[in-house]
Design a protein around this ligand. Sequence first.
Ligand SMILES: [Zn+2]
Length: 163
Amino acid sequence: MCAPFASPEIVNYRPRLMVHRPMRSSFATTPARSRNMRAITSTNNRSTERKIRAHLAQLGIRGWRIRFSELPGCPDFVFPAARVVLFTDGCFWHCCPRCGHVPKTNTGYWKRKLLRNKRRDRAVNRELTLRGFKVLRFWECAVKRNPEQCLRRVIRSLRSRSS
Ligand SMILES: [Zn+2]
């Protein structure tokens, strides 16, 4: 079960499930397309996660948990001792400034949806920070491009928080 959160938005936040509610009036997107995008997202996120896990293991960093649902936003990685949380953000769903985009069809629907995601991310960050966590967010493309740099940031945070 989720712990009580300050914002109801956070309570309902399920970043990796991305449940699409069917639109009441017109179809904003086709079910097939939604399914397809969800599949892509979850595969990408799993492979990003695996990459980070492999690096953590290689570096001998232990004591972390994955997809920790008892914290707001269900962080992909939690380092409880150092109180550091790590999210790997999909570039599309979390609006990466480098490679995020708004689909050309049903633009209004997507704009609203993506904006909501961004707001939720910020609310989650605030809530976790209030609880004394250091929040790290890595873009999926950054982990692909330069996993070592991402890991260096993790190590820096862990060190600075455990001294
Ligand atoms: Zn990106």
